[in-house]
Design a protein around this ligand. Structure first.
Ligand SMILES: C[S@@+](CC[C@H](N)C(=O)[O-])C[C@H]1O[C@@H](n2cnc3c(N)ncnc32)[C@H](O)[C@@H]1O
Length: 256
């Protein structure tokens, strides 16, 4: 007699930028019905608190001095929990498809026959744009948006920055704070004027969000004032629309 093992399902869920009212209804329902919750460092306490009392909660990202779990470890853990027949929610900050490794995790689980479902979330760029009153596209000024990241390889900005040369491109740069100076230089070398508007937004989406208006020439200097929260950089004409508004509780700063 063969015993059929019922595999659980893994939902790869975007928690948005922090506040639960910026989560989708589907994401909230997923967390509220989770039997196991694996959450990353960017997920807010509020979002984690939606999980029911009996849910197994596992932190996978760096928090309060604890190191991050390795990707391979996270994959194997999700598989183990799904093999126990549990409904597993893998909760990620923002949208899981934007620098969220959703492709790798879904492919790994599918390779073992585990069903997955992706629930989208509000990515940091959209949260920042809404909160600080700037659009990501704008008729006649910005006709494409590039979601990108910036890192150095052998001391040089890696990747192809030719998109930066398009005066009508908005660049939303994730994980670029530490290399802001190289990033700005790279964009100027690619053909973007040094006075191109740029903003950095720290902790976008929540009440503690801060806006650092700049230009490519002053971006690194402005970012030096930022704290250690997650930081997004937006470069392009649309950045000139950004204003610290009443939602953000920060003072308005001068551009440049
Ligand atoms: C691994 S990526 C994850 C992005 C996430 N999946 C999203 O869609 O927003 C982490 C980076 O996203 C950016 N980020 C995420 N949340 C942010 C927030 N609330 N405010 C500003 N930047 C944020 C920062 O650049 C941070 O280093």
């Amino acid at each position: 007699m063969s015993v059929e093992i019922k595999l659980g399902k893994v939902l790869l869920v975007g928690a948005g930028p922090g506040p639960v009212d910026l989560m989708t209804v589907r994401a909230v329902r997923a967390v509220e019905s989770a039997q196991a919750l694996l959450y990353d460092a960017l997920c807010s306490e509020e979002a984690i608190a939606l999980a029911p009392a009996g849910c197994v909660r596992i932190q996978t990202g760096k928090r309060a001095g604890k190191p991050s779990m390795k990707q391979d470890e996270i994959n194997r853990l999700m598989l183990r929990l799904a093999r126990k027949g549990l409904k597993v929610v893998r909760l990620k900050g923002g949208d899981p498809s934007i620098f969220g490794r959703v492709g790798e995790e879904a492919a790994f689980l599918k390779g073992f026959g585990v069903e997955t479902e992706v629930v989208p979330g509000v990515t940091a760029a959209c949260a920042a744009a809404a909160q600080f009153g700037f659009p990501l596209t704008h008729r006649g000024e910005a006709r494409r948006v590039v979601f990108t990241t910036a890192r150095l390889e052998a001391g040089k900005l890696s990747g192809d920055w030719s998109a930066a040369a398009d005066p009508e491109a908005t660049l939303a740069v994730y994980m670029g704070g530490a290399v802001a100076g190289d990033l700005a230089r790279g964009m100027i070398e690619a053909g973007r004027p040094a006075d191109t508007p740029a903003v950095a937004i720290e902790k976008a989406g929540g009440a503690e969000a801060r806006l650092y208006p700049a230009t490519l020439a002053t971006l690194a200097e402005r970012i030096a004032e930022a704290g250690d929260g997650p930081l997004l950089i937006v470069v392009g004409e649309v950045a000139a629309f950004a204003t610290a508004n009443s939602m953000s509780q920060v003072e308005r700063r001068a551009f440049g």
